[in-house]
Design a protein around this ligand. Structure first.
Ligand SMILES: Cc1cc2nc3c(=O)[nH]c(=O)nc-3n(C[C@H](O)[C@H](O)[C@H](O)COP(=O)(O)OP(=O)(O)OC[C@H]3O[C@@H](n4cnc5c(N)ncnc54)[C@H](O)[C@@H]3O)c2cc1C
Length: 417
């Protein structure tokens, strides 16, 4: 049972949370004492442990090494591509956590974060923790997004989302409607070929298949800039794929040639057994797969009222503008494994600076709160943090510009992939 106090609580032990933990440790903070990592998953692996069995690491899905991973003899670059990605990632993360002694508390589900004057209270099913700062690294897997279409509640067949998709076998012999224009939808269509009786693919906008097999850096920069601008302005985030297009890999090109990847425009409504278009065309279906993406999983932060009326949280330099004690890693423009690594590094420095280094933990949850600090004593995070790492002694103020710039961070991810 948790009834503790600590300087920093990291919620989530996926790529982003582990990366923050690693860098906080390198700044001299002790896992389990100066900071706590809480995760609701049953085991290591972040969202990867929940992904479907057939998903493999390879050209479409590439996980970047966590910081310090190569130093312990592990790298996803030479991981076994014939094994399910979820098993590989779970194993590697687990060894990483053990080696660096990150002491992740699991399964611990955070239900709310409250303001207690100078401090914050993190409430979980294992008890309360008082803290100076929270790093939210909860990813998106827990918040699948399904758009509303008329009739969807009357549909009699099966409906799954990417988050609940298990295997093409579950659709054997069925007529399947796949919705969404990203790599998950494309992966499902290719897997269902020869298993489902028929697939129909619909997308909100025409799919922009790129002429080349990798993403063009310019496309990526535009898309990421749009995400970055939205995150900074507190707007809901646009999809990356809408701005980048889908690279025509050999597998995808062959799927297009065979007619498996032939998107139709969105239907107007669903009835009990079919999708129906505006012109009255009706496509009988048995099942629907919603590959329609995810939203940031931040419901537990609602007591803090961080959202703007436009629907997003303004996060300009790693922390919420409405409460600079709440940091975000792996959110918006850094929602990829390489983005999560780099935001881990930046956010760790910002947190360390904002709380004033290794400071005493606040009073425990069941003790009276500390008197409110002098106004402004909690320094809002900035990219210019006057501290150095313990081991590599690189002055943070000399960090490359891309560490402080979400656009550059994600552009790199796309350039690499
Ligand atoms: C289908 C799919 C495929 C993808 N493929 C790739 C890819 O190939 N390469 C790539 O770079 N990116 C990919 N991504 C992007 C994805 O964002 C990254 O994989 C990255 O691993 C996400 O890391 P994260 O730490 O931000 O989130 P997650 O891995 O989701 O980790 C978040 C953690 O927070 C925990 N958590 C959530 N809520 C709570 C709570 N309330 N209390 C306690 N714990 C909580 C969860 O248990 C989880 O362990 C993919 C995304 C999807 C959906």
């Amino acid at each position: 049972m948790l009834d503790e106090s600590t300087s920093v609580v990291i919620i989530g032990a996926g790529q982003a949370g582990l990366s923050v933990a690693y860098y906080l440790q390198r700044l001299g903070m002790r896992a389990g004492t100066d900071f706590l990592v809480l995760d609701q998953g049953p085991g290591a692996g972040g969202a990867w442990q929940h992904r479907w069995e057939s998903l493999r690491l390879g050209s479409a899905h590439r996980v970047h090494d966590l910081p310090g991973m190569k130093a312990i003899g592990l790298s996803f670059d030479d991981a076994d591509r014939s094994r399910p990605a979820r098993d590989v990632v779970m194993e590697y993360y687990s060894q990483y956590e053990m080696h660096y002694d990150l002491r992740v508390h699991r399964p611990v589900s955070v239900s709310a974060v409250f303001n207690r004057g100078a401090d914050l209270i993190v409430r979980s099913d294992a008890g309360d923790v008082a803290t100076h700062a929270v790093v939210n690294a909860t990813g998106t897997w827990g918040a699948p997004f399904v758009p509303y279409y008329p009739g969807v509640l009357q549909f009699r067949g099966k409906q799954v989302h990417t988050a609940t998709y298990r295997s093409a076998e579950d659709f054997r012999g069925q007529r399947v409607l796949v919705i969404g224009g990203g790599t998950s939808a494309i992966g499902f269509l290719l897997e269902l070929e020869g298993v489902a009786a028929k697939t129909t693919w619909v997308t909100r906008r025409p799919v922009d298949f790129l002429d080349h097999g990798t993403l063009d850096l310019e496309d990526a920069v535009t898309a990421v800039s749009a995400q970055d601008a939205a995150a900074r302005a507190g707007h809901a985030l646009p999809s990356i794929v809408s701005g980048t297009g889908v690279p025509r890999t050999r597998r995808i090109a062959a799927g297009i040639a065979r007619g498996v990847l032939d998107p139709r425009p969105m239907f107007e409504r669903i009835d009990d057994t079919a999708a129906v278009w505006e012109d009255g065309t009706r496509e009988p279906i048995d099942s629907i797969i919603w590959a329609t993406g995810f939203r940031p999983d931040v419901r537990h932060l609602s007591p803090l009222h961080l959202h703007e009326k436009e629907g997003g949280i303004v996060v300009s330099t790693g922390a919420a503008e409405r409460d600079p004690r709440i940091f975000f890693a792996g959110y918006g423009p850094t929602a990829s494994t390489i983005g999560a690594n780099r935001s881990g590094r930046t956010v760790a420095r910002q947190v360390f600076s904002a709380i004033g280094g290794r400071v005493p933990a606040p009073p425990r949850p069941n003790q009276p709160p500390a008197p409110a600090r002098a106004r402004g004593s909690f320094r809002p995070a900035t990219g210019e943090v006057p501290v150095t790492f313990r081991e590599d002694a690189v002055p943070v103020t000399a960090a490359p510009a891309e560490d402080r710039d979400g656009v550059s961070i994600l552009a790199r991810f796309f350039a690499d992939d």
